[in-house]
Design a protein around this ligand. Structure first.
Ligand code: NOJ
Ligand code: CA
Length: 491
């Protein structure tokens, strides 16, 4: 089923369900709201959607803490709503990639009490392991009188993949959802599903490990090398088991590892997120290294994203005047490109701090989608306030020449014509150019004009003059048959 809907180099749209569209005025996005807005995705021209968790959950981590994988969280709707969504998406040719969390459950999942051997326990705090969200990864459970391991919030106890029952139970869940027609899965935090059964201490990381994570609220976590809690050989064994058991399901891996370590995941799955890319500084040399430093981009299954529901938004990181350049980059790389909802209209980070909704400070990137000047997300009070719908919304941008939304639409169409692996042809601190077959993509990230080789312009954003590319501007060119030079130059 997946291969029909997901074309070569697909574009996926990340729907953060809680903030996408509310159908019943309770201020919380839901499945019926999403279904009613699917045509926005069709207009954009994407191949499918990554749907953030829909399962029953006490929402300590907004759905990434699942208390029942076979039911829908009541605020998001019902199983018939989910079936209707899958059906409506398929009718429009859109694939549905379901976010599944197989490394941990909610502490409220019945397994935690009825099957404690599916979790990881110790009588005392056994080691220095840290939670991604800060502090020790071990929490005392009064009822059991023991400590359990939680890689994320204490309300998210980790599953014990050393117990084969866990594999059986997880496969049952995946089978339930493929049976309901989903096209594939995003495997949440996959690299952390297996841990060292000896529970050994993790070594200190080199301070360079924190580079690029300056704005990361989880800096403490990266002070250790996670050699006993991440990327263990068993993770790949389990991924292989899943790929073998569900050959028709598209598998999108979330493994927050350096690009160099992603190859084994890319071999087994359909794609794996390039976290180095989302954290890359705005520098042509660094971007070139991230894009093809490990030679992986040629495989066509790295997954590129410049924003998501955990990271600062691309426009806030790079600056509004580079939004167009960022879109060209994101949508012209070979592989899977993911657009986070709202980026296609240039949404920025909103206010957000640890005491609002998410204890890790991710509210800033989760404000509701801005459909029109008054918001259009809900008829009630949104669970997080709007940021700036009066100046940034879908309705005003639709059909408006030069709007961010129209740029995304055009670039997604153009993407279909790009072929072949990426070949970097110029990388300087303020400039990056690469080829894809007969196309050359040039990005001027800096404040000065940059020389531009010949070639017919098929797309531009910013200022382009013969032979010159203006600051914060980007172009896509094809070899111009009429020009004397023929091929665009390779600088
Ligand atoms: C990654 C998800 O993207 C994030 O939102 C979540 O908090 C963690 N995994 C834990 O499930
Ligand atoms: Ca609702």
């Amino acid at each position: 089923m997946r291969r029909e809907r997901l074309r070569r180099d697909p574009v996926l749209y990340e729907v953060y369900l809680r903030s996408f569209a509310d159908s019943n005025g309770d201020g919380i996005g839901d499945l019926a709201g999403l279904t009613s807005r699917l045509d926005h995705l069709v207009d954009l021209g994407v191949d499918g959607l990554w749907l953030t968790p829909v399962f029953r959950s006490p929402q300590f981590d907004f759905g990434y803490d699942v208390s029942d994988y076979l039911d829908i969280h009541v605020e998001y709707g019902s199983m018939p709503d989910m079936d209707a969504l899958i059906d409506a998406a398929h009718t429009r040719g859109l694939a549905v990639i379901l976010d599944v969390i197989i490394g941990h459950t909610s502490i409220e999942h019945f397994w935690f009490r009825e099957h404690p051997d599916r979790y990881i326990w110790a009588d005392q705090i056994p080691n220095n392991w840290l939670s991604v969200f800060g502090g020790s990864a071990w929490r005392h459970d009064e009822e059991a009188g023991r400590y359990y391991y939680h890689r994320f919030y204490p309300e998210q106890p980790n599953l014990n993949w050393g117990n084969p029952e866990v594999r059986r139970a997880v496969h049952e869940i995946l089978g339930f959802w493929t049976g309901r027609g989903v096209d594939g899965f995003r495997l949440d935090s996959l690299d952390g599903i297996a841990v060292d059964p000896g529970l050994q201490d993790e070594p200190l990381a080199d301070p360079s490990a924190l580079r690029g994570r300056e704005r990361d609220p989880w800096a403490q976590y990266w002070s250790l090398q996670h050699v006993h809690t991440c990327n263990l050989p068993q993770v790949l064994t389990e991924l292989k088991e899943i790929a073998t058991a569900f050959p028709d399901a598209a598998l999108v891996v979330e493994a927050d590892l350096p690009n160099e370590q992603l190859l084994p995941y890319m071999r087994l799955a359909d794609c794996s997120f390039a976290f180095d890319f989302i954290r890359a500084p705005l520098d042509g040399v660094a971007l070139a290294r991230v894009i093809d430093g490990a030679g992986l981009a040629g495989r066509g299954n790295l997954a590129w994203a410049l924003s998501n529901h955990d990271q600062p938004r691309m426009v806030s990181r790079w600056g509004r005047d580079l939004a167009g350049v960022a879109a060209v980059l994101l949508l012209s790389l070979p592989g899977w490109s993911f657009i986070y909802q709202g980026d296609e209209i240039g949404m920025v980070d909103g206010p957000g701090g640890p005491d609002l909704r998410d204890r890790s400070g991710r509210d800033a990137v989760r404000h509701p989608m801005q459909w029109n000047r008054s918001g259009g997300f809900t008829t009630g009070t949104p669970w997080l306030p709007f940021i700036d719908p009066e100046v940034c919304n879908v309705e005003d941008q639709r059909g408006a020449a030069g709007s961010t939304l129209e740029q995304y639409r055009t670039l997604i169409r153009l993407r279909r014509e790009l072929r072949g692996p990426v070949r970097i042809v110029a990388a300087e601190p303020g400039f990056l150019a690469f080829r894809r077959g007969g196309h050359t993509i040039s990005l001027n990230l800096g404040d000065e004009d940059h020389e531009l080789g010949p070639g017919q312009l098929v797309y531009m954003t910013g200022r382009v003059e013969p032979g010159r590319l203006g600051p914060r501007s980007a172009v896509v060119q094809v070899a111009d048959p009429d020009s004397t030079g023929g091929q665009p130059s390779e600088r």
